[in-house]
Design a protein around this ligand. Structure first.
Ligand SMILES: [Cu+2]
Length: 153
């Protein structure tokens, strides 16, 4: 029994899996605007499309989860569900964070297709801004070191 055969088999399987998923991915564009009050509340819109065809995805369920990659286990933000917005493929919700800074936003999508999209956005007094992905887990971004007992909220 050759190791070569096993590796080839694994490579073929990986290739098949990748292309099958690629046909079914969603493209989600998130944009959040700060609400006048309360603090750290945002009105968020997602434009959802089939990544392969570009067609808007209607009738989807989208659940948003938020966490701070720089502060694991510190925040406990509940999930928020989007409702249909004012045009095909557009969804809308209000979310409540508890501080400004970089948030990893996870969108769990179900309905016409199933997908999970995660991206880091910088949330500030105006709204959200997509962050450029630098290496693994955004480690290239300078972050103030979080010392125990000195987390600022
Ligand atoms: Cu935090």
């Amino acid at each position: 029994m050759s190791i070569g055969k096993v590796i080839l088999g694994a490579a073929l399987l990986a290739g098949t899996t990748t292309s099958a998923l690629a046909a079914d991915r969603a493209r989600a564009t998130l944009s959040c605007k700060a609400l006048p009050s309360p603090e750290f509340a945002y009105d968020c819109t997602v434009d959802l499309a089939n990544a392969r065809t570009g067609a808007p995805l209607e009738g989807a369920t989208i659940i948003l989860g938020a966490d701070m990659p720089s502060m694991p286990m510190v925040h406990n933000v509940p999930p928020f569900e989007f409702k249909a917005g004012d045009k095909p493929g557009r969804y809308q919700t209000h979310i409540q964070l508890d501080m400004y800074g970089p948030w990893a936003i996870k969108l769990r999508i179900a309905g016409p297709l199933r997908d999970e999209v995660v991206a880091v956005y910088q949330f500030g007094p105006e709204g959200s801004e997509a962050r450029k992905r630098g290496g693994a887990g955004g480690k290239s971004e300078p972050q103030p070191a979080a010392k125990p007992g000195q987390l600022r909220h």
